[in-house]
Design a protein around this ligand. Structure first.
Ligand code: NAD
Length: 277
């Protein structure tokens, strides 16, 4: 089976660079989708309290016959639970739903500048507790802009291990990625294939034809070569396998640059500086 590269986080722990995302997978379909992914070789699952399918992720992990230690599982704090006492309860509930005694990675899902008086610092301090007591092996953030990260840097102790942000060829996020690289924060690219919208882009299609791979594989490979962590989502078994089969070819530097040049700062999701959950 193909070896997925591991990325070493700023706390020394490693994360598989390719995983499987379960956003918008109905709870009734989640255990089967995750089982398909684990059988295909994925060892990293990205879920969230707000996806409503943690229980089914946990079921698939338990049924897989694999050691818990061999699967990297991430979840994220609900936007409704930023107050530290709520965050503590929500984290415990996440563990309970998943049936785990630890999470590999737990994230603040959104910075929410218009809620909680813009305070995500006390929320982060609650995550630091989970990190220190070992129930979260790593902690991180999602959808944080450089000014949010700077504030954590100034006011808290444990630096985020990752920042999970929207990245795809039409939204290359040079500024946030640059900041993260400078500060040792790994970037996780959500909606890596732009929720499917970029698969017909003529540049991507032509590079895919030359490489003898599919457009989805080319875009995922572009992320891997840029060093980001990805977890595409699909409930179609053939696509789940296709998205995993990206380690037997390499894009030339020119192809990587050509894909990066497609950037038009086009989001598919909300703007983190405005989103209120
Ligand atoms: P994605 O870019 O992974 O695209 C998923 C869509 O593309 C699916 O609906 C599927 O129909 C299609 N697709 C997948 N593989 C394909 C293939 N090989 N060929 C053709 N079509 C294919 O989008 P996503 O699900 O939004 O993002 C992936 C993961 O990122 C999520 O599941 C979730 O874990 C995470 N995420 C995080 C946030 C956040 O705020 N932190 C937000 C959105 C997503």
């Amino acid at each position: 089976m193909t070896a997925v590269p591991q990325i070493t986080l700023n706390n020394g722990r490693s994360i598989p660079q390719l995983g499987f995302g379960v956003f918008q997978i109905e709870p009734k379909d989640t255990a089967e989708a995750v089982s398909t992914a684990l059988k295909a070789g994925y060892r990293h699952i990205d879920t969230a309290e707000m996806y409503g399918n943690e229980r089914e992720v946990g079921e698939a992990v338990a049924k897989s016959g694999l050691d818990r230690a061999d699967i990297f599982v991430t979840s994220k704090l609900s936007n409704d639970a930023h107050l530290p006492e709520d965050a503590r309860l929500a984290f415990e509930l996440s563990l309970q739903e998943l049936g785990f005694d630890y999470l590999d990675l737990f994230l603040i899902h959104w910075p929410l500048p218009t809620r909680y008086d813009g305070d995500f610092v006390s929320t982060w301090k609650a995550l630091e507790e989970f990190y220190r007591d070992g129930r979260a092996r790593s902690i991180g953030v999602s959808n944080f802009q450089p000014h949010h990260l700077r504030r954590l840097h100034e006011e808290t102790e444990v630096p985020p291990a990752v920042n999970q942000i929207e990245v795809h060829p039409y939204l290359t996020q040079d500024e946030v990625r640059g900041f993260c690289a400078e500060h040792g924060i790994a970037v996780e690219a959500w909606s890596p294939i732009g929720q499917g919208l970029e698969l017909e882009d003529p540049t991507i299609v032509s590079i895919a034809q030359r490489a003898g791979k599919t457009p989805a594989q080319v875009i995922l490979r572009w992320h891997i070569q840029r060093g980001d962590i990805v977890f595409p989502k699909s409930v179609t078994p053939s696509r789940v396998k296709e998205n995993f089969d990206i380690f037997d070819f390499e894009l030339a530097d020119g192809d990587v640059a050509e894909i990066s040049a497609l950037n038009k700062d086009q989001r598919t999701g909300p703007d983190p500086d405005k989103f209120g959950g």
